[in-house]
Design a protein around this ligand. Sequence first.
Ligand code: AMP
Ligand code: MG
Length: 390
Amino acid sequence: MISVTEARAALLDLVSPVELEVVPLAQAAGRVLAAPVSARRDQPPFDASAMDGYAVNAAEVELHAMFKVIGEAAAGHGFQGRVGAGQAVRIFTGAPVPEGASFVVIQEDVSRKGDLITITYAPGDNANIRDRGRDFRSGQTVEAPRLLRAPDIALLAAMNIAEVPVRRRPVVALMSTGDELVMPGATPGPDQIIVSNTFGLKAMLEAHGAEVRMLPIARDTEASLRMAFALAEDADLLVTIGGASVGDHDLVAGVAQSLGLERAFYKVAMRPGKPLMAGRLGDQAMVGLPGNPVSAMVCGRVFVVPMLHAMLGLPTEAEVPKQAPLAAALPANGPRQHYMRACWDQEYLRAFDSQDSALLSVLASADVLLLRPPHAPATEAGEMIDYLPL
Ligand code: AMP
Ligand code: MG
């Protein structure tokens, strides 16, 4: 058995960043920027009014000063002339500040009669002008790699970047194995259950940027497994689920090896999830997850998501656990790193009584995974404990 840290390092070694592709900006959200991009213009591209009001020369601004309004500047329609002494231009938010003006008196500080305005409230020091390039300058870069969130997309749009170089979505094939499994919506036989892991993992991996293919459920026969492996050949990463221990019906390792799997490791000292197998199979990486639903999901969270990050060119440093106080004492841990399902009880974390790796209802109620290192001593209520958010 190897440690979680060793397993993680070996898994990251199995993958490398996928190629770039260029996508329209409207499709770039949630993708990983793969090369730096630079602003193609200044923003704002001119000194712009930040308020609705009157543009005047700052030197003339004082309480009771009067100005003659000689024109209007609106967003998208600048004023073409020059603002001279004693003159003002009616101006609106986003309009270019006309030549000769250096201050926008907000309309609330002014009274107007015909073409004449008088400053009736002291305007203060704020000129209400956004200087050219105040947001960003032409040539300013957004560095890669970067996971593009909604604010990044807005920034790239303002920079006039219509097409964005991103990492291709890594293709992940998910293969559930077992004679007992049928698809949701089907009518199970008396000895059968509904496949859940493929669906849970698909949701998890898609949320982290994968393109997921669900393979047909493989039966517990070599022929069926071989057929499913063949269907997965073009994936960057093949994830098998179940059939990975050493029972008579656990055929995944044998079939994978007969197809040329170079095995990196087989067992990891963790709970849940001990039978975890990984290696390279031709051009692709393969990970064999345990079948128990909670084990499969925890291994997905702890191992497969970081592999995806590596394929997307994102940093792969180990996630730093967060910390919170425990609501109730926990006994000493055994030799395997334990990922305990737990939930918030006000600002405390409380582990669920049952940590059985088959209980999806418990996992779905959990907010976090408590992290208990191998041989961790008993922990008292109120002591701080590491956790990973779910
Ligand atoms: P195995 O690793 O194949 O021995 O499976 C361990 C347990 O997990 C068994 O109870 C299986 O029925 C269950 N199991 C395996 N694969 C899945 C799956 N894809 N969805 C739900 N349960 C599964
Ligand atoms: Mg099985």
